[in-house]
Write a protein of this length. Structure first.
Lengths: 178, 284
């Protein structure tokens, strides 16, 4: 679960966020990573002014599916996940007007079938929440046939999005903010 | 192209999991004597050692480890023993990089174990045989290991077509190579004398409604591949190049919401067995 990093993770210099989990930090030595986003959606939030950031790894769009599970592991669902994620960021002095947000993942099967549209539904749920919050996205890397891995470097605000065939890099901190 | 000829060309076939086939037969037979199972595993000394290790793992809440196979098997139960043997066999087959599909080290193994667990969940839900379902899930990607050896040089063309025309991996492989990895897997398992209950769902897992006799488990495997992707364990460049057939869900008597529930269930089970898999991984 999220909240401030533990002593162990400070020494490890890297927090790995599992499926249905989240992490936030203001330790600029830290890299926060999440692996193999398939139909899951990863939400990266970064406040360049205070170098605070985090990753939320959402597996399902809506907590009404299992309120019990949501109580135990809120980050599993887009709605409850966003709430705990945002509260944790705010507790580290992130501010809405400054944050930059990247969303990635939400891969889907090829057909038009409704059987497995969880990727699209996860992406739609997160976008709706961000819109309600009035937070624009800095970049969106959604859909497609591949899994993605995300790394966020808190010091530089660099986000790496890794695909099986290559890496895309985004800078969430302007040079004058360093 | 004749699939048997292709398999005959393979220089290093994956290790034959005959022990699973034999154990599966014993599990299905109500007259099986528990000693038969112990004797069958005991013949294979490395397997015995690994089953002992795994049965003593934290997953089973073991306080006092057991060094006696009979005792260990009695403690975890026969069905669970079968799954442990599956963990060992599959790690020998799949714990290897499969470059053709952009799979690193143990990614195909993790995917196989997760698929086996989802298959077991679905079987429990629809009331079919969970050990058969587990085996189907565990071995469903064995064709990839063969494809990696015989067709690696032609595979760039498969990806080009797959990405250009938005084809499923099955369609792209069939167009470029004349066959696909699920058919290769079927041919190999058939050669190894696995029954149609196992190889047919694997052959038809991309087009389950066409399965002649094993439609239910073909549909289950079709759904399982999607669910496993949903917890992030479909790796490789073709991870989501699947065309989902909604009829499969109807055939299983399931609703869309059930798919999401399977995701939650499998996420929990995978967390539970992490300790077990780490024990399996250290050895392999």
């Amino acid at each position: 679960m999220g909240g401030s990093p533990t002593i162990g993770s400070v020494f490890a210099q890297r927090i790995v966020v599992g499926v249905g989990d989240m992490a936030v930090s203001n330790n600029t030595n830290m890299i926060i990573s999440t692996y193999a986003l398939g139909s899951c959606v990863g939400v990266v939030v970064y406040d360049p002014f205070v170098s605070v950031g985090g990753i939320l790894h959402v597996m399902l769009p809506d907590s009404t599916l299992s309120p019990d599970k949501a109580a135990m592991q809120p980050s599993m669902f887009a709605d409850t996940g966003w709430r705990v994620f945002w509260q944790s960021l705010v507790s580290l002095r992130a501010e809405k007007r400054r944050v930059k947000v990247v969303i990635a993942g939400g891969a889907s099967v090829l057909s038009q079938s409704d059987m497995f549209k969880i990727g699209e539904r996860n992406a739609a749920a997160i976008k709706r929440i961000l819109q309600e919050e009035g937070i624009p996205t800095f970049a969106e890397e959604l859909g497609g046939l591949n899994n993605r891995t995300l790394h966020l470097q808190l010091k530089t605000g660099t986000v790496e999005i890794k695909y099986p065939t290559g890496t895309k890099q985004l800078e969430l901190k302007e040079p004058h903010e360093s | 192209m004749n699939l048997d000829n292709i398999i005959a060309q393979v220089k290093r076939l994956p290790p034959n999991p005959q022990i699973m086939l034999k154990l599966l037969r014993l599990l299905q037979d109500i007259n099986t004597n528990p000693n038969d199972i112990v004797e069958l595993i005991r013949i294979d000394a490395p397997l015995t050692a690994q089953v002992l290790r795994l049965s003593n793992s934290a997953y089973y809440g073991v306080v006092t480890p057991s060094f006696n196979l009979e005792e260990a098997i009695n403690r975890v139960g026969f069905r669970e023993t079968y799954k442990l043997v599956g963990v060992v066999c599959s790690s020998q087959i799949f714990n290897t990089p499969v470059q053709t599909y952009y799979l690193e080290n143990d990614q195909l193994w993790e995917n196989s174990i997760a698929t086996a667990l989802v298959m077991e969940c679905i079987a429990q839900r629809i009331g079919s045989d969970p050990s058969h379902a587990y085996t189907i899930g565990l071995l469903h990607s064995i064709g990839k290991v063969i494809m990696n050896q015989v067709m690696a040089d032609k595979y760039a063309e498969v990806y080009a077509l797959l990405e250009k025309d938005k084809l499923s991996v099955m369609e792209a492989e069939t167009q470029v190579l004349g066959f696909n990895y699920s058919q290769l897997g079927m041919a190999l398992l058939k050669k190894w004398n696995f029954p149609p209950e196992i190889y047919e769902p694997i052959e038809y897992h991309f087009n389950p409604m066409e399965a002649p006799t094993q439609q239910l488990h073909a549909c289950a495997l079709h759904l399982a591949t999607c669910v496993v992707g949903g917890v992030g364990l479909n790796y490789g460049r073709d991870a989501w190049a699947i065309k989902a057939h909604e009829e499969a869900l109807q055939k299983l008597g399931l609703q869309f919401e059930d798919v999401e529930r399977f995701l939650l269930q499998i996420h929990e089970r995978l967390n539970d067995i992490k300790a077990l898999l780490m024990t399996g991984k250290q050895k392999s």
